[in-house]
Design a binder for this molecule. Structure first.
Ligand SMILES: *[C@@H]1O[C@H](CO)[C@@H](O)[C@H](O)[C@H]1NC(C)=O
Ligand SMILES: *[C@@H]1O[C@H](CO)[C@@H](O)[C@H](O)[C@H]1NC(C)=O
Ligand SMILES: *[C@@H]1O[C@H](CO)[C@@H](O)[C@H](O)[C@H]1NC(C)=O
Ligand SMILES: *[C@@H]1O[C@H](CO)[C@@H](O)[C@H](O)[C@H]1NC(C)=O
Ligand SMILES: [Zn+2]
Ligand SMILES: [Zn+2]
Length: 361
């Protein structure tokens, strides 16, 4: 009860703040969910919400707060800033080339400007792993990518990896059994396509892959940032650390979890396991290894791009048939446009309904 009061208070607050300070704010294509803050303690420091003011900025533009955008690009591997105490608000040549690389990496039209597509992608929740690419041709074709040095788990074949969820860093609103099922399904998706077996064990410290939910700064130099923003991150092989932001509203079923900022646990888990295995971010929007994921969206099926990427590291599972995946992808292609647009519409509708409910009554 109290929680839902706080929730509605913050929706009204952020909505009226927006309408007061930016009366001519061009809302097109900028996701609504980025204005939501459920709990003041979890309000994200990254303030990606504020980026909406940069719409249509390009080289030569000067907009107050642009320095924060430069920090965002630095954080995700697009910009090298030698002295962070002295960043200007000017859209300079370096920022322009960062935007161009970002648009290439994220499979967006390459305009070099902060058009609405680019800005809404920047403002979307995403994985915390940097987008820096190390396969040289990745800017030419949309593609999967690897970490520097193409690290993989080096074990005798068939590779057996163990995983465990930290007993001390977990969440309590999803039952341990349900959590187990989600991770099991996420691991099995990868195990179906490569000759690698994953087995859950109880002994957390000795597991190859160690999963935990953490809040804020948790000691690995990659602090989490509260609701949305960065959702999780994982380390390249053979490290095995796989962290999720405990501040998110993790969901296993959107029918029971109604929060507008709910994030599908299985989708993020499947993505992070890709990193654990050695895949970096893909520029293919439909791929599981694409860096961003909207709230209330499920993306768990490996795509051809994901499978090609991971099989180049480990080879193919002898039981896996590429032709059936190609067929599945072909038959679902006609529906993809509708499927990805639907959640945004749904979010707008729900936002509208909530504003009416809480702010007028
Ligand atoms: C900031 O950078 C400008 C040019 O890049 C330089 O002239 C100025 O001295 C710097 N200021 C500080 C405080 O480092
Ligand atoms: C991995 O596990 C399977 C079944 O448990 C076993 O047959 C296989 O030998 C193991 N692989 C290695 C390299 O030990
Ligand atoms: C969990 O916390 C307990 C009590 O603080 C501690 O003894 C134990 O080592 C921790 N386990 C892990 C895996 O960190
Ligand atoms: C958020 O900002 C507060 C105060 O500005 C700071 O104490 C805290 O460490 C920051 N949290 C993160 C995750 O950066
Ligand atoms: Zn990622
Ligand atoms: Zn971490």
């Amino acid at each position: 009860m109290i929680r839902s009061h706080i929730f509605s208070y913050f929706i009204c607050l952020s909505v009226s703040f927006l309408s007061l300070s930016r009366p001519s704010f061009p809302a097109r294509n900028i996701p609504d969910y980025v204005t939501v803050r459920t709990d003041p303690a979890d309000a994200q420091n990254a303030t990606w919400v504020e980026f909406s003011r940069f719409l249509d900025a390009g080289k030569g533009s000067q907009v107050s707060g642009m320095a924060e955008l430069k920090k965002y690009f630095q954080h995700f591997g697009y910009l090298k800033i030698p002295d962070t105490s002295n960043i200007t608000d000017t859209f300079d040549t370096q920022l322009e080339s960062a935007v161009i690389t970002y648009q290439n990496n994220l499979g967006l039209p390459v305009t070099g400007k902060l058009d609405s597509d680019t800005l809404s992608t920047i403002m979307s929740p995403r994985c915390g792993v940097s987008d820096t690419k190390h396969n040289k041709n990745s800017h030419v074709t949309k593609h999967f990518a690897y970490f520097y040095g193409k690290p993989r788990w080096v074990r005798d074949s068939p590779v057996n990896l163990t995983y465990a969820v930290s007993p001390n860093h977990t969440i309590d609103y999803i039952s341990p059994q349900d959590l187990r099922m989600v991770f099991k399904r996420a691991f099995s998706r990868w195990a179906q396509v490569i000759p690698v077996n994953f087995k859950e064990i109880e002994d957390y410290p000795s597991a190859d892959i160690r999963i935990g939910f953490y809040r804020g700064d948790h000691g690995d130099g990659q602090p989490f940032d509260g609701v949305l923003g960065v959702l999780g991150h994982a380390f390249s092989p053979q490290n095995g650390r796989f962290h999720l932001d405990a501040a998110e509203t993790w969901a296993i079923d959107f029918d029971t979890e109604k929060s507008r900022v709910a994030v599908d646990l299985e989708s993020v888990a499947t993505h992070e396991i890709g990193h654990v295995l050695g895949l970096a971010h893909s520029s293919v929007k439909e791929a599981v290894m694409y860096p961003s994921l909207s709230p209330r969206t499920k993306k768990v099926d490996l795509k051809v791009d994901d499978v090609e990427g991971v099989q180049a590291l480990y080879g193919s599972n002898p039981n896996f048939k590429f032709s059936s995946l190609l067929q599945a992808e072909d038959s679902s292609n006609s529906g993809i446009g509708l499927k990805t647009r639907l959640p945004k519409w749904t979010i707008s509708l729900v936002v509208g309904a909530l504003i009416l409910l809480f702010c007028t009554g």
